[in-house]
Structure formats: structure tokens, C-alpha cells
Design a protein around this ligand. Structure first.
Ligand SMILES: [Mg+2]
Length: 372
């Protein structure tokens, strides 16, 4: 079998889909979405296509090495997102060629169903608390994540801290003790304020605190982790196993969150999970992206013992022939071949746009730039 062509689709709301064609009737889907920079990734894929065409798509590790190391320059969000999409599509092809789901090729499933967490955005009613009450009443999920902090300066007055604490307290009160609530600071908070907030939020027993500070500064993350009993999570903006190495060795987090569309793909995330397992660190793949990325995550979740919970924003209603179904906060381990999904290509073509999604821009009160 040989790779013949790479086809890309920029689709709404902000996703990039990749279809790898072969000289057989088997093709594979991947999702190399890089939010706000997917057009750049598309250009990288055009260059990777020159390496891939004519090669056997089933030599996944070999092709990964060639794409990652082959041009001397490596790593970073653009190249790793392109590589991730390719890698997912290669696994989809391999699985389809053997009529086996990817998780079976990675050792087989270690669980019967996969726990998903939902998002509380305060978008439905403009109010977090009303939204959480509504969400929990639906009984769809047993865990949710919220973003409780606004754009934050290096130091904020007590009123800002109190407002954040009141918001989380109200969500916890509405959710009760049986629902997990995760908090995401989105890297908006400086280390000193992160420690102050973590101390005050501890009593609400969050499932985890994500990106309390910007990723990449392992020492700052570790300082926050050592200052609180809240499990710290990070990793969505890190790339490859080398990007996670120090985080794991230093035990700076309790949970790693590789994003399968950025980290280097399915096997890269599985390798990172194995590294994390040696330090008793759990895996919760980051996925605010489209249904192909989610499908790749579910394959890893199915076969990874230290998996905790899976993020998602869509169950694939817009682009899959059969969307994922949530029962009691879980989805069944996908049993279809490859990634276990059937992409609805007519819907994909209908969803195509220029790919010019803009990352929201935040400003502080004095007009200076703030972290999103
Ligand atoms: Mg996050």
C-alpha cells in the first residue's frame, strides 16, 4: 500500500481535517487543527506531502521519525500539529487495513467505557450558576470544567479574588458532592496569584486545576502544586514526549493533558501516558477540537490504564455519520476499524470555510494585552 495524496478541509467552526489517500480504496482521517493558525499548518502539510507520497502508510513510527527529525528543524505547534494529523490518519488507515480499532493495535482496551467531562461556560443563560444547575439536571455528565478567572493582572485586589471564589463556591453548591468540577485558569494567572487563589479554592475540592500558570515553566507549576492539595493539570501547549519529560520527572502535575492534535498524535500521547504512569500521574487528553481529534483521544483512553477523564466540545453531530453517544457521562469504547468513525464527507464539504478563525483578544483596563 502506498500514500498517493493528502487532502485538507478547513471546516467551521475552526477545525482542520486531513484525508490521506492511498493506492487502495482505504483512506484515513486525521485532525491537525491548530486554533488560529490552521492555514499555516495546511502549508506545512503541503510540504510533508512531498515526503509521504509513495510511502507505505502502515510504517507509522518510521514516517513519524522522518517527518519529525527529517528536516533538521523540529517541534513547535505548527509542525507538531501537522504531524499529529498525519499520524492519526495513518493509524486510521492501518486499523482499517486490519479491520481492527486502533486501541486493539495498542494493546487492547483496559476499560469498558470512557468518562467524558462537559463544559460549563455560562453561555446558555449568561450565568455560570444557572448553567450548571441546568447542565447537572440533564444528568448527561458526571464531571464538568469551568473557566473561573477573567483576564488577570500580576496582582489583583481582594474583590477580584472574592468574586472568583464566590463563583466557584456557588457552582460547587449547585453541583453537590457527587459531581466533579475542574477549574481551568488558562495560563492567565501569575504564580503568586495562582498560589493565593488555589489556597482559597481548595475547600471546594476541584477535580483538578488546569494551567494555573503558563505552561513551560515547570518550576512555577511545581511551586503551585506544592502549595495546594488541588491536583494540578497541564500539557495542552506542550509538544512530544520531550516536552513532557521534565514536567513528569519533577512531578510538577498530577494530571498530564496532551492534545492529540498538537502533541504528535496517538502513539505520542500513549508514550507520554506511559511516562506519566511511572510517576503515578494521570492522563486527561485535552480536546476542545473536532470529532476526529476526539475519536483519536478515545482510542488512547480505551487502552491507557492511568486515564482519568476526556474533554470534549462536540460529539460529532456536524461531521460524523454516527455521532458518539453519551450514557451516564460515558461513551462506549469505539469498536469500529481504525479511529472507529465514519466521516460524512458531504457535511465536511458543506462546512468548509477559509480557515481564518481569529483567537479572541483580551485587554486589561489600561489597554495592555492580556492572556486569552
Ligand atoms: Mg485548558
Amino acid at each position: 500500500m502506498k500514500i498517493t495524496r493528502l487532502e485538507t478541509f478547513q471546516v467551521r467552526p475552526r477545525w482542520l481535517f486531513l484525508k490521506i489517500h492511498t493506492d487502495t480504496d482505504i483512506f484515513g482521517w486525521g485532525e491537525p487543527t491548530l486554533e488560529g493558525r490552521s492555514q499555516t499548518v495546511e502549508a506545512a502539510l503541503r510540504e510533508m506531502e512531498r515526503t509521504l507520497v509513495g510511502q507505505d502508510p502502515r510504517r507509522i513510527e518510521h514516517l513519524w521519525q522522518q517527518l519529525y527529525r527529517g528536516t533538521f528543524y523540529r517541534n513547535g505547534p505548527v509542525l507538531c500539529s501537522a504531524l499529529s494529523g498525519v499520524e492519526m490518519a495513518l493509524w486510521d488507515i492501518l486499523g482499517k487495513s486490519l479491520n481492527a480499532p486502533v486501541h486493539q493495535l495498542l494493546g487492547g482496551r483496559v476499560r469498558d467505557r470512557i468518562r467524558l467531562y462537559g463544559w460549563i461556560r455560562g453561555e446558555r443563560t449568561g450565568d455560570y450558576i444557572e448553567d450548571v444547575v441546568h447542565e447537572i439536571a440533564t444528568g448527561q455528565f458526571t464531571a464538568y470544567k469551568m473557566l473561573p478567572v477573567p483576564a488577570m493582572r500580576a496582582v489583583e485586589p481582594p474583590s477580584v479574588v472574592e468574586k472568583i471564589v464566590r463563583g466557584v463556591a456557588a457552582v460547587r453548591a449547585a453541583a453537590g458532592p457527587n459531581i466533579d468540577i475542574a477549574l481551568d485558569f488558562h495560563g492567565r494567572v501569575a504564580p503568586a496569584m495562582a498560589r493565593r487563589l488555589a489556597r482559597k479554592l481548595e475547600e471546594f475540592e476541584p477535580m483538578f486545576l488546569e494551567e494555573p500558570v503558563l505552561p513551560g515553566d515547570v518550576r512555577a507549576l511545581k511551586e503551585v502544586a506544592q502549595s495546594t492539595t488541588i491536583p494540578i493539570a497541564a500539557g495542552e501547549r506542550l509538544f512530544t514526549r520531550w516536552g513532557f519529560q521534565e514536567l513528569i520527572e519533577q512531578q510538577a502535575v498530577a494530571i498530564v493533558q496532551p492534545d492529540l492534535s498538537h502533541v504528535g498524535g496517538i502513539l505520542e500521547a500513549r508514550k507520554i501516558a506511559a511516562m506519566a504512569e511511572t510517576r503515578d500521574i494521570a492522563l486527561a487528553p485535552h480536546c476542545p477540537l473536532g470529532p476526529i481529534s476526539l475519536a483519536a483521544c478515545l482510542q488512547v483512553d480505551a487502552c491507557t490504564p492511568n486515564f482519568l477523564c476526556q474533554e470534549h466540545l462536540t460529539l460529532g453531530e456536524s461531521y460524523l455519520q454516527t455521532p458518539f453517544e453519551v450514557v451516564e457521562g460515558h461513551v462506549a469504547v469505539p469498536e469500529g476499524a481504525g479511529l472507529g468513525i465514519e466521516v460524512d464527507e458531504a457535511k465536511v464539504r458543506a462546512g468548509v470555510f477559509a480557515g481564518d478563525w481569529e483567537t479572541p483578544q483580551f485587554r486589561h483596563a489600561d489597554g495592555s494585552f492580556a492572556e486569552w
